[in-house]
Design a protein around this ligand. Structure first.
Ligand code: ARG
Ligand code: ZN
Length: 413
């Protein structure tokens, strides 16, 4: 017994000691409404003074994390620019600790980490996918669409029913392009499970699987995701070594349509570094290789957080072609989500609602692959604890997102 405790303690110390800590970091909400405010925020982010959690958007609060030591002058700066700074959380490390405690408690209790009661790590999702295709070989196949820098497989699960049917529509869904957005892969896993495990019961899952081919990538950024679990909870990018000490390309700035035309960074250390050239990254290339040459009816990419259902474009504030039609279909999804727990989504072009950001995957699927129904969905919450969602959110977000995606797909031509 004593030996067991000792081993657990050592494992715990090792696991926590090697993790990046956020001691003294506070989370502050500011409201930019002039061009100079956006410039100040991007400049501060590029110099690593602040870490922006949500997306910089017009006339709405931006959540920025920074250290206590710089708090007096940053709060002063934001106040003097009338950006209305207000503290959301005093201690980011406490949030991370709380999440870590839940994980440790569950591990010690010996309770299995089911898909609904824990944010599964990369290895656990991999094991779950393999088990699922073993259980439902007539519905699903598992494909590795490429390898990451750290040699992980980028898994894609293809699921469809009624194999005799021809003319099925094709949907490509990806999750977890940004590492720290844990609710995204969890929702991907939820959707896969819902479709497959309820197929035999008939109803909505059968209806969807019999008319659609689902191509689902639950974790598009495996290295980043694994890193956010093991080392650095707030990691966003992939994990390629890009300069002496800086790692990572923002995969959602790396895609090859209107790449580097605004809202991305050329500096390797930035959280929105767009990479050396369009599609330079293994993960973006893997998606490109897989999607090119097939005919898709829709592409959906899932992020967190903000509760938005974004249409194109990200790179320009100009209206995308058939903007009204795109908004109409998105509203069907958003209304179906709201009907479940009352959570409202805002629908519209990401550049118009947020800020210009080029090199996003949904701009590439629209611009280069010509998939009209390309969307970027930002899952809950809108604020609160941001990326650190309570475990209860897995079921809640999964349930409503599945309802929204189902209603949306059924409305497509
Ligand atoms: N939150 C995501 C990001 O910052 C998506 C923003 C919308 N998409 C876009 N291509 N601008 O990468
Ligand atoms: Zn994201």
């Amino acid at each position: 017994m004593y030996i067991r405790c000792l081993i657990l303690c050592i494992a715990f110390v090792l696991a926590t000691a090697s993790k990046k800590r956020y001691d003294g970091n506070i989370l502050v909400s500011v409201t930019p409404y002039e061009e100079k405010h956006f410039k100040v925020l991007s400049l501060l982010e590029d110099t690593d003074e602040i870490n922006i959690w949500n997306d910089i958007r017009r006339n709405s609060s931006v959540h920025v994390m920074f250290n206590n030591a710089t708090a007096p002058w940053l709060m002063g700066l934001f106040s003097s620019l009338s950006m209305k700074p207000s503290i959301m959380h005093n201690d980011v490390q406490a949030l991370v600790d709380q999440e870590e405690n839940e994980i440790q408690l569950r591990a010690r209790s010996g309770a299995p980490r089911g898909i609904h009661d824990a944010f599964l790590n990369y290895d656990e999702v991999t094991a779950w996918l393999k088990e699922l295709v073993g259980l439902y070989p007539q519905l699903c196949t598992l494909i590795s669409i490429g390898k990451t820098y750290e040699n992980r497989d980028i898994w894609l699960i293809k699921c469809t029913g009624n194999n005799g049917a021809t003319n099925k529509k094709k949907a490509c869904l990806d999750f977890g392009i940004h590492a720290r957005e844990w609710i995204s892969p969890a929702t991907g896993v939820y959707i896969i499970n819902e479709l497959v495990s309820k197929y035999a019961a008939g109803g909505l899952s059968k209806e969807l699987l019999d008319t659609w081919e689902f191509h689902i990538i639950p974790i598009l950024n495996p290295d980043g995701y694994a890193h956010s679990h093991a080392r650095e909870r707030m990691w966003r990018k992939n994990r390629k070594l890009v300069s002496g000490t800086c790692y990572g390309v923002d995969l959602n700035r790396n895609f090859g349509y209107q790449w580097n035309t605004g809202g991305s960074s050329a500096s390797a250390c930035s959280d929105t570094f767009h990479g050396g050239s369009p599609m330079s990254e293994n993960e973006a290339k893997a998606l490109q290789n897989y999607m090119t040459g097939k005919s898709w009816n829709t592409y959906l990419t899932f992020h967190s957080y903000g509760q938005w259902w974004f249409t194109n474009w990200g790179y320009t504030t100009a209206n995308p072609p058939q903007y009204d039609e795109l908004k109409q279909k998105a509203n069907i999804g958003a209304n179906a989500i709201k009907a479940v727990h009352g959570r409202a989504y805002t629908v519209g072009s990401s550049a118009q609602i947020l800020y210009v950001a080029s090199g996003g995957s949904e701009d590439w699927t629209r611009g280069a692959l010509n998939i009209l129904y390309s969307y970027c969905i930002e899952l809950p919450p809108t604020g609160g604890t941001g990326f650190i969602a309570p475990v209860s959110e897995i079921l809640k977000t999964g349930l409503e997102t599945f309802a929204g995606v189902a209603a949306y797909l059924k409305a497509l031509p």
